[in-house]
Design a protein around this ligand. Structure first.
Ligand code: ADP
Length: 327
C-alpha cells in the first residue's frame, strides 16, 4: 500500500511511515499490556506513499508474542475512498446550506451597496450642479464608501471561507471562534426572523483538537435546526411562543462544552432515536435533506466529542457537544 519494497522497509522503524498519535511512552505502555487487545493508534490520518501521493488510513496495534519475544502487530487500513465519499457528502450538505442562506446574504450585501450608491449620487449631483463640495464632506463620503466596501468584502470573505472544502486535519482551536464566525454570517438573518440570539460564552477556555471550518459547519447545522424548530413551533401553535436561541460555551471537568438551546417544537421521543441517521428528516420536501445531524455526529466523533440531547415537546431542545480539552 505504501509503495515500498520489503528491502526498503526491513530495519526501519514503522513510525517513519507516517504520523502517529502516540508518544514513545504510550507505545511502550501498549507493548507492556500483553493483553492482545487491539488499540486504535491513528484514525483518519493522512499518510504519504513512497511516491508522495497522499492516502488516508486507520492504524490499529495489538501486542503479541513472536518467537518468545514481545512484538507489536500494527495494521494499516487504507480508507481513502471512504474519506473521499464522506468529504463529498459534507461538501454537498454545506453547499445546500449556502444556497439556503443566499437570500439573506443578498440582503446583507445590499446595505453597503446602497450606502455607496447614496454617497456617489450625492457627489454626482454636486458635480452636475457645479457646486463646490466642502472638503470635510468629501472626506467623510470617501471614507464611508471605503468602509462600506470593506464591509462587503468581509461578508464575501466569510462566505468563501465557509464554502471552502476542509481537510480532515486536526489543530488546536478555541470553540468560541467558530461560534462567533458562524454568527457573523447568520446572526443577522436569525434576528431578522425575530429570533433572539443570546451568546453566553466563557472566555479563556482551553483549546480542543478539531478543525475551525468543520466546527463552523457543526454549529451552523445546530443553529439552522434550532431556527426551523422555532418556526415550526409557531406553525403548530406550541405551548412556548418565545423565539430564542441560547448558545453557551463552558468547561465541565476536563471537557469543553458548547450547547445550543432553542425554544422550538421539541423532538418526539420516537423521532429522537433516528435523527442521526443519514437522510432522516421530518421536514417538508425541499426543506430538509436529513444530512445535517448525521454529518454533525461524524465530525464531532472525529474529534473525540460526544453529543447529548435534551428535549421537551412543545418547549424546546438543547444539543450539547463536549470535547476533550487540550492544554
Ligand atoms: P434536516 O434538518 O435536513 O431535517 P438533520 O439531520 O439536521 O436534517 O435533522 C434531522 C431531524 O432531526 C429534523 O428533521 C428534525 O426532525 C430533528 N431535529 C433536529 N434538530 C432539532 C431541533 N433543534 N428541534 C427539533 N427537532 C430537531
Amino acid at each position: 500500500a505504501y509503495g515500498y519494497t520489503k528491502e526498503e522497509l526491513v530495519g526501519r522503524p514503522f513510525t517513519d511511515l507516517g504520523p502517529f498519535e502516540l508518544d514513545e511512552k504510550q507505545w511502550a505502555d501498549l507493548l507492556d499490556q500483553h493483553t492482545g487487545k487491539i488499540t486504535t493508534v491513528s484514525s483518519k490520518v493522512q499518510y504519504r506513499k513512497k511516491s508522495g501521493e497522499a492516502f488516508y488510513v486507520n492504524v490499529h496495534a495489538c501486542p503479541a508474542t513472536y518467537q518468545d519475544k514481545e512484538a507489536l502487530i500494527v495494521a494499516t487500513t487504507d480508507i481513502t475512498e471512504m474519506v473521499e465519499k464522506d468529504s463529498q457528502l459534507i461538501q454537498a450538505s454545506k453547499m445546500t446550506t449556502l444556497g439556503e442562506m443566499s437570500a439573506g446574504i443578498a440582503h446583507e450585501l445590499n446595505q453597503p451597496l446602497n450606502a455607496i450608491k447614496m454617497g456617489s449620487e450625492f457627489l454626482e449631483m454636486m458635480i452636475e450642479k457645479e457646486e463646490r463640495i466642502p472638503e470635510q464632506d468629501l472626506y467623510h463620503i470617501v471614507r464611508e464608501v471605503s468602509s462600506q466596501v470593506d464591509r462587503a468584502v468581509d461578508i464575501i470573505r466569510r462566505l468563501r471561507d465557509f464554502g471552502r472544502k476542509a481537510d480532515f486535519s486536526k489543530e488546536r482551536i478555541y470553540i468560541n471562534d467558530p461560534i462567533r464566525s458562524v454568527l457573523d454570517i447568520i446572526g443577522r438573518q436569525l434576528r431578522l426572523q425575530n429570533i433572539d440570539v443570546q451568546l453566553q460564552l466563557v472566555e479563556n477556555l482551553p483549546p480542543i483538537l478539531a478543525h475551525h471550518n468543520r466546527m463552523e459547519q457543526v454549529i451552523f447545522n445546530l443553529l439552522t435546526n434550532a431556527r426551523d424548530a422555532i418556526n415550526l413551533s409557531e406553525e403548530y401553535g406550541a405551548r412556548s411562543l418565545e423565539r430564542r436561541i441560547v448558545i453557551k460555551s463552558h468547561m465541565l471537568e476536563d471537557r469543553v462544552i458548547v450547547s445550543v438551546a432553542d425554544t422550538g417544537i421539541g423532538i418526539d421521543p420516537t423521532v429522537k432515536e433516528r435523527i442521526f441517521e443519514a437522510f432522516f428528516t421530518t421536514k417538508k420536501m425541499g426543506e430538509g435533506m436529513g444530512l445535517g445531524l448525521s454529518i454533525t455526529c461524524g465530525i464531532v466523533e472525529d474529534y473525540g466529542g460526544r453529543i447529548e440531547i435534551e428535549s421537551t415537546q412543545g418547549l424546546g431542545t438543547t444539543f450539547s457537544l463536549s470535547f476533550p480539552a487540550v492544554q
